[in-house]
Design a protein around this ligand. Structure first.
Ligand code: NOJ
Ligand code: CA
Length: 717
């Protein structure tokens, strides 16, 4: 690790008039300017400029605490400044896995230490870090005589945006992120807020102009601003409530279940903390080039270095599994085949379920397929007893996470997998009954160790037990991390479905490989699905916080291939499904379709066999949220590159330049393109494959179909 240069007193004290004090700090390249201080009433505030123009107008800072039963009206109301410290950091670090080999952490910081003017006189620090690609800030409550244990009632942070920006957003909801995105002006949020479709009951958009983070905004002058959080630990997740007239967004924390009779959300309990305590970082990634939003590593830089002492068990991988067949209704999670078909077809007619998916014999077929095609893992869902009654409200003791169905020999399956050089990914669906899962976790992870299964897919479908808690609340945020830490102790990698949205914690816990926490591919199989633009928005929103287990790679695109007349389909071309392995970053990627659908198209499947999942370098070539993304990545430890480009519902031609390749070298490139007559709706499976020798000087226009894409493997000669 390159070392830090640490300078004190870098930032200037700009202005003192009456009690108002403002300190200014510029990013290392001077383009972002932060102003921080107390206003005339002693209230902390900040503002941000980019290239000389306001991005965040003066905005509030503060926390509201509750002392036993009475709210403390101290934090965020009136302070005196005790100290102002500043620092400059420039260091580099290497992630255990990731999009690039080396990450530079370069910022200037300001730390304001404040003492509240109330009688009990507590101390709070507010730290800002100003990077070339954005700003992060957080609150710190040091250990102190006047403040030990406390309840957090509200966070007063606001983001006072400068206009009625275009935003890519989903409704505020403390229980789910599985919405399609809206694109609108800030002033139109309420008009466009609607309930999520799909037959899952945990969808409760908060009334009013609420949105979730990561929120992507674009100003009229084409400056992109992404608002999210980093290092969400011991704190609830943040949604944003907009004032649609002033465009100011206020932090809104998910509350807990403790006082249902309180109707004012600002007075409900949010977190139970003890000094020393820190909030997560509030993040603003800022650029006038959309590509730099996607290549920003600011959120990772705001997380702590890895705490996993011996990470040798952590291995990025592609995996296949007994999964799609259940989502298509071709087999069942439960052994008796009696399971409710509620998630098998939005018309209620397409359900065919007759046989159990997770049998020993079927699993061996998938293991053979994985082994033959170089995939590292096989996921099996529906292997443990309980699926007959998993789906429903607040049920106790549905799963024990150790007892297989009689037709699934868990020991034999793991033995067979190892003999073929493959690992089993164990599935733990908690069905929201998280207290039950907490009781089982230790036993279940030990069983995985005994079987030799090094990876876990967890799931949190349904309403949470403890009853009344939210997926995004304090209790659950603590749970997800408890599970990841426990798994790390047991050398287990985790992919979590339906957790709180990621905030870069995979830097600190690199066994936390990926999460769902957004609307995945599965919705295409049993609901109105995800529109073609969905995957062009995900990297600008959900994936800002960390990798997503999206499950790409569908070759049979229309459900009518299985059920004549069925309307559901993936809103994509086949070539776009290949490109998603590059444009949607994750160190674990599912090879999602049924083995026979790949075996029917071995030439297109070759791309999935070849594509890497861990990278030494990444170049975002072209990007605009909601429209298109083109990304190239260099496979770890090689000189091979893979490129993916995708379009929304529009046909478009992208000018691809290969100037990221080594100068003077020739590469063998294979282009997997939409056929000239392909389109997501009428002819989604039509593709052409072309081979060409290319160099760093090669440039070419490539046509992407409606809902289409192109994937290119570029192998060094
Ligand atoms: C929802 C998850 O996203 C999906 O991957 C899983 O198959 C089902 N829950 C059942 O656990
Ligand atoms: Ca669009």
């Amino acid at each position: 690790m390159k070392k830090i240069s640490f300078l004190i007193g870098m930032c200037t004290l700009l202005h003192i008039s009456g009690r108002a004090q403002n300190h200014v700090c510029h990013s290392p390249n001077g383009q972002i300017r932060l102003s921080l201080g107390l206003d005339g009433k002693g209230q902390p505030q900040y503002s941000v400029m980019f290239k000389g123009k306001a991005i965040v107008e003066p905005s509030h800072l503060g926390l509201k605490l509750k002392d036993h039963d009475k709210p403390r009206a101290d934090f965020g109301l009136s302070y005196a400044q005790l100290a102002i410290d500043s620092a400059k950091v420039d260091e580099s670090w290497e992630p255990i896995w990731g999009e690039v080999k080396t990450i530079r952490n370069n910022y200037k910081s300001l730390i304001l230490t404040l003492k509240d003017n109330a009688a009990n006189s507590s101390v709070v620090k507010i730290e800002f870090r100003v990077f070339n690609d954005g700003v992060g800030f957080r609150y710190e409550l040091p250990d102190q005589q006047n403040l030990k244990s406390f309840i957090l009632l509200d966070e007063l942070s606001t983001f006072n945006l400068t206009g009625d920006h275009k935003i890519w957003w989903m409704p505020g909801d403390f229980d789910t992120n599985e919405y399609n995105y809206n694109t609108s002006l800030i002033s139109e949020i309420e008009k466009n807020t609607k309930k999520r479709d799909g037959n899952i009951f945990t969808s409760t958009p908060i009334k009013g102009a609420f949105v979730q983070t990561p929120l992507m905004a674009k100003t009229a002058e084409s400056v992109y601003v992404n608002i999210h959080e980093a290092a969400l630990v011991d704190y609830p997740a943040m949604d944003l409530q907009f004032d649609t007239k002033t465009f100011e967004a206020k932090a809104t924390l998910a509350h807990d279940a403790s006082n249902p009779e309180e109707s004012d959300p600002a007075k409900k309990n949010k977190a139970y903390l003890r000094t020393p305590a820190k909030s997560p970082w509030r993040t603003l990634v800022i650029s006038d080039d959309a590509r730099q939003i996607l290549s920003s590593k600011m959120i990772l830089n705001l997380n702590e270095p890895s705490k996993v002492k011996n990470p040798s068990f952590i291995k990025p991988m592609k995996y296949c599994g007994i999964w799609l067949e259940m989502h298509l209704g071709l087999s069942t999670w439960d052994m008796a085949g009696t399971q409710a078909a509620s998630d098998a077809g939005s018309d209620g007619k397409t359900t065919k379920r007759t046989k159990h998916g997770a049998t020993t014999a079927n699993t061996k077929k998938y293991i053979d397929f994985a082994s033959k095609n170089g995939l590292g893992g096989v996921l099996v869902e529906g292997w443990n007893t309980g699926w007959e009654e998993w789906f429903g409200l607040w049920k106790e003791d549905v799963f024990d996470f150790v007892t297989p169905y009689p037709d699934y020999d868990v020991v034999e399956v793991n033995r067979y997998a190892h003999s073929k050089g493959v690992n089993m990914i164990t599935h733990h669906e908690t069905s929201g009954s998280v207290t039950n899962y907490d009781r089982w976790m230790d036993t279940a992870y030990k069983a995985m160790n005994k079987w030799g299964s090094p990876a876990l897919k967890s799931g949190y479908v349904g309403r949470i037990i403890p009853r009344g808690e939210y997926h995004d609340g304090f209790w659950m945020v603590s749970h997800y991390l408890r599970a990841i830490k426990k798994a790390a102790e047991k050398n287990i990698m985790v992919v979590a479905h339906e957790p709180v949205r990621p905030t870069g914690l995979h830097r600190t816990y690199p066994n936390f490989m990926a999460a769902e926490a957004a609307r995945g591919q599965e919705f295409n199989f049993w609901s109105e699905g995800n529109p073609p633009e969905h995957e062009t928005i995900l990297p600008f929103t959900r994936i800002m916080g960390g990798p997503m287990d999206y499950t790409p790679g569908i070759f049979k695109i229309k459900k009518s291939s299985y059920y004549p007349g069925a309307k559901e389909q993936v809103h994509t071309t086949l070539a776009k499904q290949l490109a998603l392995y590059i444009t949607l970053y994750s160190p674990v990627q599912m090879v999602t379709d049924l083995p026979e659908n790949y075996e029917a198209k071995p030439d297109a499947f070759q791309f999935i066999k070849d594509v890497a999942v861990d990278w030494d370098d990444t170049k975002i070539l072209l990007a605009e949220p909601g429209d298109y993304i083109a990304t190239a990545r260099k496979a770890k430890g090689t000189n091979n590159w893979f490129l993916g480009a995708i379009s929304d519902e529009n046909e478009r031609t992208l000018e691809l330049k290969f100037d990221f390749l080594d100068k003077g070298k020739s590469y063998e490139a294979t282009f997997y393109k939409d056929a000239p007559d392909a389109s997501w709706d009428n002819n989604p499976e039509a593709y052409v494959i072309e081979k060409k020798t290319i160099t760093s000087k090669t440039k070419m226009p490539v046509k992407l179909a409606k809902g289409g894409g192109v994937a290119v493997s570029i192998l060094a000669k």
